[in-house]
Design a protein around this ligand. Structure first.
Ligand code: ADP
Ligand code: MG
Length: 735
């Protein structure tokens, strides 16, 4: 096909509204329109879609786009219809969500030759009737998006992807363009082989994202750490990834309790809630999304400022893909992952039910993650090396390891030992096995090869297997050692390595980091926190001073002392010694921000004097507010009430008795969260009753006790109504 540069530029402007191509887009488009196969490796957000959308609109026939993301197909199709001013036939999708009538419309447009782009899910493409249909259609080319799904060594393997080439041949061969944002050399080789596009031209953009900051943190009290981080970065958008739905729910709830607007997102939520939560994140009604990995594919929010991995991901590919959602506008993007080896062991355990081959692969990907996490080498160098790219500078200045370099030592002798070992063995082995030999670590594989009889097998307390595997990784990063692509992971000495072996030179490296081996679930921080609260562990002298002050202040503001600050709040003050209003509401139970600002000044002044006079060392630790009783429902309830949902509906949707719901709401409010029930009370409680009960709490009550209230108010008042008014009172006056 004749390629007219002016024409494609014109279409770029007409259809997509852009003035210039991004990166390699133009070359890729020219190549494809010239009738050739292409393999595009471009990071997320690089603009892969345009590489097939534009040629599809220009070339005769229909382009078939294979994509695993069914949820996104409709959006993509709608977008293309918009480009061409609403012509419905121009783009369609075929997947399991269509009904009969919709399918026959697609068929009609396809056969009429109107359709330029057809998005197909791989499982739909394997269907006989679809293959028969497409045989009748003139195909311009095939685009295989998210092509890493082809490889078992990718992070998102889909078995249906492996049959694509056979199906393409059945329908009729046309140029193939494969696209992905993450592929190690092994995955790249799998893609090329499986699709049979050995001659495809490879378009590889750099995967370096200079604006992203990478950091691995020891997983000690991660929740508190995360809350602290978010509070130090107020108003910024972020995503937190956890591996389980349960963790997602828990963490989202904890963040809300601590005054951070967060919503959960995982496959266990119904589609509507998921779409709603995603939408509220995009519209910035909430700052944080806590999600399983299901979240984020295809979302295009340019100003995500941080991505936190609460749990270490299963592979570096997954990690890179997820961190890639930060800072897409080229500005700040902070990527923090929490790591503990215990989590790795848990992930290994999860894999045990799977087929052996899959376990093998899973385990190796996991070990790469371990090596990455524990390494003291520049993260950027490690990541890019993993994806087959060299990063030359010694320091990127934008990762934890480069910002805090550790003392270095010369590893040339040890690296040479590794090479001597490799050369002495008739076959190639994986990193782990080599490291086991060098550290004298016995296992069945070592035994079966009789490698324990080798001169290299030395039990060495100083240099354990982790040390040796760090040395081997260092060799790989320096291009002296390499992993075989075919067998994946068997280590050999490269040509450059041979040169080093003949004439060694200094290889400066720092030892791997040592991480605490704690299991954060076992230590249950929530309990620790609760134990600090209300446990009477505070300072009794200060407590009585604070109580006196509370009495004076209550008089001054004409409120009841317990309305001002509850006893648990005062107790917390004697533990945490808050010196600023911020610290007061962040670190003390039942103290909301507005209350702290209204009444807090005198309290912190008193505390400051006391701390000064008594030389008190304050805990610099940050306290996370936690609920007395855990319940995944709480956040949901808070959100429903914010949206003024009738309480009956909330109870029903959560399958609760009304009474149970009110108890939950009481818990929430007693904890210091403000909930405005006015919308409900207005509709359901008589004004006079409301005024009476409210006045009782305001003027007569000596505590917030419900029992006392019922006794004082007498039998004319309905207990449930009193409870609701009490909730409203606590919310309005005390929180
Ligand atoms: P990928 O699939 O590589 O992750 P997309 O195809 O979704 O990326 O494109 C990412 C973003 O870049 C989109 O918002 C898209 O509109 C934009 N984009 C693509 N090509 C161009 C271009 N030539 N000029 C400006 N923006 C572009
Ligand atoms: Mg894409």
């Amino acid at each position: 096909m004749e390629i007219d540069s002016a024409a494609i530029h014109a279409k770029l402007k007409d259809f997509f509204g852009y003035d210039k191509f991004k990166g390699d887009q133009e070359q890729i488009i020219n190549h494809l329109m010239g009738g050739n196969d292409a393999f595009v490796l471009m990071p997320t957000g690089g603009g892969k879609s345009l590489c097939y959308q534009l040629p599809a609109l220009m070339m005769p026939g229909t382009a078939i786009v294979i994509s695993p993301l069914i949820a996104l197909m409709k959006n993509q199709v709608d977008a293309i219809r918009d480009f061409v001013a609403g012509n419905e036939g121009v783009a369609h999708f075929l997947n399991s969500s269509l009904n009969k009538a919709q399918i026959s419309k697609v068929r009609e447009h396809l056969l009429a030759g109107e359709t330029k782009l057809l998005y197909v899910a791989p499982e739909s493409l394997t269907k006989k009737e679809n293959i028969e249909l497409l045989k009748e259609v003139h195909i311009s080319f095939y685009a295989i998006d998210e092509a890493h799904c082809i490889s078992e060594w990718g992070h998102d393997f889909r078995p249906e992807y492996r049959r694509l080439r056979a199906i393409i041949d059945e329908i009729g061969r046309a140029p193939i363009i494969a696209l992905t944002a993450t592929a190690t050399p092994k995955v790249q080789s799998d893609i090329v082989k499986n699709l049979g596009i050995a001659d495809a031209k490879i378009f590889k953009s750099s995967f370096n994202r200079p604006n992203l900051y990478y950091e691995i943190r020891d997983k000690v009290k991660p929740k508190e750490d995360i809350i602290k981080f978010i509070k130090q970065n107020p108003g910024k958008s972020g995503i937190i990834y956890c591996l389980s739905r349960k963790k997602v729910e828990e963490l989202a709830q904890l963040l809300n309790i601590n005054g951070i607007k967060a919503l959960p997102y995982h496959a266990g939520l119904d589609a509507k809630t998921r779409a709603e939560n995603q939408d509220r994140f995009l519209k910035e009604e909430v700052d944080v999304i806590v999600a399983t990995i299901a979240f984020g594919m295809g979302i295009d929010k340019p100003d995500v400022r941080f991505v936190i991995h609460y749990d270490i991901p299963k592979s570096i590919e997954g990690y890179y893909q997820e961190t890639g959602r930060a800072g897409r506008d080229g500005l700040e993007g902070i990527c923090i992952a929490y790591y503990s080896y215990k989590d790795i062991e848990k992930l290994e355990k999860f894999m045990q039910g799977k087929p052996v081959a899959e376990q093998e692969i899973g385990k190796q990907l996991l070990m790469e993650t371990v090596a990455y996490a524990e390494s003291n080498v520049c993260r950027r160098k490690l990541l890019l090396n993993y994806f087959g790219e060299k990063y030359e500078p010694d320091s990127c200045c934008n990762c934890d390891n480069c910002r805090n370099p550790k003392p270095r030592f010369d590893a040339q002798k040890d690296l040479k030992t590794v090479m001597s070992l490799i050369k002495s063995l008739p076959e190639h082995f994986k990193i782990e096995h080599l490291a086991n030999i060098l550290s004298g670590t016995m296992n069945s594989l070592i035994k079966s090869y009789k490698h324990d009889e080798s001169e290299f097998f030395k039990v060495d307390d100083v240099h354990n297997e982790r040390y040796w595997s760090a040395i081997i990784h260092q060799g790989i990063i320096r291009n002296l050692l390499e992993k075989e692509i075919e067998s994946y992971g068997l280590i050999y000495v490269t040509e450059e390595g041979e040169k080093f072996y003949g004439h060694p030179f200094p290889i400066m490296m720092s030892e791997d980091r040592k991480f605490a081996n704690v299991d954060e679930d076992d230590e249950d921080e929530d309990n620790n926190v609760s134990a600090m609260h209300g446990g009477g562990g505070g300072d009794p002298v200060l407590l009585s001073m604070l109580k006196d002050l509370r009495k004076d202040m209550a008089r001054k503001f004409n409120v009841r002392p317990w309305v001002l600050f509850g006893d648990p709040a005062l107790e917390d003050m004697t533990i945490m010694y808050p010196l600023t209003i911020e610290e007061l509401f962040k670190n003390c139970q039942g103290v909301g921000e507005s209350k702290a600002r209204r009444f807090g000044k005198e309290f912190i002044e008193l505390i400051a004097r006391y701390v000064e006079e008594n030389d008190i060392v304050r805990p610099d630790d940050f306290v996370v507010k936690s609920m007395a009783t855990k319940s995944a429902n709480k956040v949901y309830i808070i959100q429903c009430i914010d949206r003024r949902m009738p309480l009956e509906d909330i109870a029903e949707s959560k399958n609760m008795e009304f009474d149970e719901l009110v108890t939950e709401i009481e818990n929430i409010v007693e904890f210091g969260t403000k909930l405005d029930l006015e919308y409900y009370i207005r509709q359901n409680i008589n004004d006079d009753v409301f005024d009476d009960v409210y006045a009782y709490f305001q003027e007569d009550a000596t505590s917030d006790s419900l029992e006392e209230a019922m006794n004082e108010l007498g039998p004319d008042y309905d207990e449930l109504e009193v409870r609701l008014v009490r909730i409203q009172f606590l919310s309005m006056e005390a929180n």
